[in-house]
Design a protein around this ligand. Structure first.
Ligand code: SAH
Ligand code: SF4
Ligand code: F3S
Length: 485
């Protein structure tokens, strides 16, 4: 592992190593088996990233990807369980896929991801048309499971693993413009937020070998990508101990075993190339360190943007949520961000109407939003998930109409904050990575600034993947508009 620790220093001094590819397994398959698979992803970025691993595993077995469901021999839904609505969406989609299966009896339907893990073989009883149920840590067994399903047997593998990180698998990029990509740096979650199903569907937290992360980032850069987002449920607790089995997690003195922490990993990825932007998600308020903030401040290509979900602004509510920080702690972290990275964009996740939430606690959430001045938030009303701590311990006692009213107030507040934040940007100039042609006009490009704000501007002679400086001329709550200077 010494070579890893030397890596940062080496990178700083040896420019000629930039762009060097480490030995990451490539996924080109030498043969095709005439079968086509189709995959749809729901839920968080982690799931979208996992679908790219699934595509790689199937590609190696000779299956071809199709984006037309009617051409498919295998249809996969990579599912999400985070709220009841997410599960309903999948069940509805299964209904419409059933109609296709009625016309094509050989079609195999597989459910992957968090819903597969939560419901396990119960899924097969509830949804008759499903042939495969495969949890997030079992994708390597997909080829065998498909064979089993082809013989008419229902196939299930929902074993969770303490080791699996798919570190050696080069994802097949789906749905991409070739400029931005996700890189999974860890899996699972060791927190036990009382509302959350993720620890049950994704298992224990484990970190991926940093060498394979750097190799993936380098490979992406060489292929023309200019931005990577490092993914984990709680990236700040990334900790590589030099042990692929993650057994070191069980030892008494965890910190003593850490060879690479998240701040160091960020730096290693930033050093792949100054033209490769680095983003990351999600940061947990209890774990984000000043060391991480200083690393962000130090490198121009680590984006000044932090997604720091607060969930609630009330200490009492945070306690019931088992978030392990309180209002004062969260405010301290926001102040640290403002001090160390003055131009940093901050966004949040907020839950309205959690168990026992009083009107006063709700007001605390609104005042926290004012304090943090979020540029953006993902906002939800509480949805009880079976088996979670909250479902076992607390009554889901805030009536739906009150949940919805509080959520509407939170959404209104956020719209106001986003608008104000965007209006403050008028007259400023930002470096923007050109991502794609704007949806609204063929004559315009769009791309984001370091703070993750979407900016629209006339195309000029620039091309996708370029960095341009854009002077902001106008703004609404969702986007900024400007011209290249
Ligand atoms: N690991 C991330 C969150 C992943 S889930 C973190 O710790 O911040 C994404 C978001 O969904 C959460 O931040 C939370 O706001 C929301 N969420 C999770 N469970 C929920 C539930 N039962 N009801 C409503 N929203 C929920
Ligand atoms: Fe869920 Fe909390 Fe883990 Fe996020 S940190 S995935 S909210 S348990
Ligand atoms: Fe959903 Fe699973 Fe992500 S529950 S939010 S897909 S980790």
């Amino acid at each position: 592992m010494n070579e890893l620790l030397d890596y940062i220093e080496q990178k700083k001094h040896d420019e000629s190593r930039q762009g060097e590819a480490l030995n990451l397994e490539l996924n080109e398959s030498s043969y095709k088996n005439n079968k086509h698979f189709y995959i749809e992803s729901y839920g968080c970025a982690m799931n979208f990233s996992d679908s790219e691993i699934v595509a790689s595993i199937l590609g190696k077995q000779g299956y071809s990807l199709t984006t037309n469901i009617f051409d498919a021999d295998l249809v996969f839904l990579n599912t999400c369980s985070i709220r009841e609505k997410a599960e309903q969406t999948v069940r509805q989609r299964l209904r419409s896929i059933n109609e296709i299966k009625e016309q094509k009896s050989t079609l195999l339907v597989g459910v992957l991801g968090c819903m597969a893990e939560r419901l396990k073989s119960k899924f097969l009883e509830e949804e008759k048309l499903v042939d495969l149920v495969v949890g997030p840590d079992a994708y390597r067994s997909l080829p065998d499971l498909i064979q089993e399903a082809e013989t008419g047997h229902k196939a299930v593998n929902v074993l969770l693993s303490r080791e699996e990180t798919y570190a050696d698998i080069a994802p097949v990029r789906l749905d991409t413009t070739g400029i931005t990509a996700f890189i999974s740096i860890m899996r699972g979650c060791n927190n036990m937020c009382s509302f959350c199903v993720v620890p049950f569907t994704r298992g224990r937290e484990r970190s991926r070998n940093p060498q394979t992360i750097i190799a993936e980032a380098t490979d992406l850069f060489n292929k023309g990508y200019r931005e990577v987002t490092l993914l984990g449920q709680n990236v700040d607790s990334y900790r590589w101990t030099g042990d692929d089995t993650n057994k070191a997690d069980d030892t008494e003195n965890k910190e003593a075993n850490v060879l690479v922490n998240f701040a160091q990993l960020l730096e290693m990825v930033a050093l792949v190339n100054p033209l490769l932007r680095v983003r990351f998600s999600t940061s947990h308020p209890k774990d984000i360190t000043d060391e991480v903030l200083h690393t962000i401040a130090k490198y121009n290509n680590i984006c000044s943007y932090i997604h720091l979900p607060v969930q609630s602004g009330s200490s009492a509510c945070l306690e019931r949520m088992n978030r392990t920080y309180d209002r004062a702690w969260y405010m301290n972290r926001v102040e640290a961000i403002r001090r160390i990275i003055p131009d940093c964009g901050i966004s949040s996740d907020i839950i309205a109407g959690f168990c026992g939430e009083t009107e006063e606690e709700h007001q605390d959430t609104l005042s926290m939003m004012d304090f943090a001045q979020y540029d953006y938030s993902y906002m939800f009303f509480y949805s009880e998930r079976p088996g979670t701590l909250a479902a076992r311990k607390f009554a889901d006692d805030v009536p739906l109409d009150i949940k919805k009213r509080r959520l509407a107030e939170i959404v209104d507040k956020q719209y106001q904050l986003s608008l104000e934040s965007n209006l403050r940007d008028i007259g400023k100039t930002y470096e923007v990575l050109v991502e794609k042609v704007s949806k609204k006009s063929e004559e315009e490009y769009c791309g984001r600034n370091s703070q993750n704000k979407m900016i629209i501007f006339p195309k000029g002679n620039y091309k996708i993947g370029d960095y341009v400086n854009v002077y902001i001329e106008s703004a609404n709550k969702a986007t900024l508009k400007g011209k290249v200077v």
